[in-house]
Design a protein around this ligand. Structure first.
Ligand code: AMP
Length: 191
């Protein structure tokens, strides 16, 4: 089973991807995690990536498409994968399609976590109030990432709607309920 978890930053994609890994033996592939590892390596490319990520902007399409292409071919993805944070542009979605087709692979479903932007901002304010916010976890940074999401990533939804793969769940529901809604979708989806 090959899935995409789709939704704005802070929607809970990572949490749900981890649960799917445990339940179904799928591999979570998060381009954000891969890019943070690149930044941590201190390489030249990593330093450049940090500048772009700190501004809440997107990394070049070709770079992230190649990162994903490389990971999907590895043995830990044999049972399937969950894409988390990718694709973020229509170009990335097209690149993914071409790459999967060339390998005889298919997507099983694209699951959208529908959330309310005002509630995402409220969550950040509460993390800050509780001292749990990360360095880049500021209301300003989130506003910027949400703007990029609206402008560059939301157009990916109609792309998958046309293919009939798109399913939506209420991402504002409690975490367990979101997981149940995803499981209900997966029980109707063929590998
Ligand atoms: P995330 O952890 O998914 O929110 O990603 C953190 C940051 O990494 C984003 O704000 C982007 O700068 C970059 N990034 C992650 N995934 C992608 C992607 N698919 N395309 C371009 N940039 C990405």
């Amino acid at each position: 089973m090959n899935l995409i978890l789709f939704g704005p930053p802070g929607a809970g994609k990572g949490t749900q991807a981890k649960r799917l890994e445990d339940r179904h033996g799928l591999k979570q592939l998060s381009t954000g995690d891969m890019l943070r590892a690149m930044v941590a390596s201190g390489s030249q490319l990593g330093q450049e990536a940090k500048r772009i990520m700190d501004q809440g902007l997107l990394m070049p399409d070709q770079l992230v498409i190649e990162m994903i292409a490389d990971r999907i071919g590895q043995s830990d993805c044999a049972k399937g994968f969950i894409l988390d944070g990718f694709p973020r542009t229509v170009k990335q979605a097209e690149g993914l399609d071409a790459m999967l087709a060339s390998r005889g692979l298919k997507l099983s479903a694209v699951i959208e976590l529908k959330v309310d932007e005002a509630a995402l901002l409220a969550r950040i304010h509460s993390r800050i109030a509780q001292g749990q916010a990360r360095g880049d976890d500021t209301p300003e940074a989130l506003q910027k990432r949400l703007k990029v999401y609206r402008e560059q990533t939301l157009p990916v939804l109609p792309y998958y709607e046309k293919t009939g793969l798109l399913r939506s769940v209420d991402g504002m529901a409690p975490i367990d309920n979101v997981s149940q809604a995803i499981e209900a979708i997966l029980s109707q989806v063929k590998g």
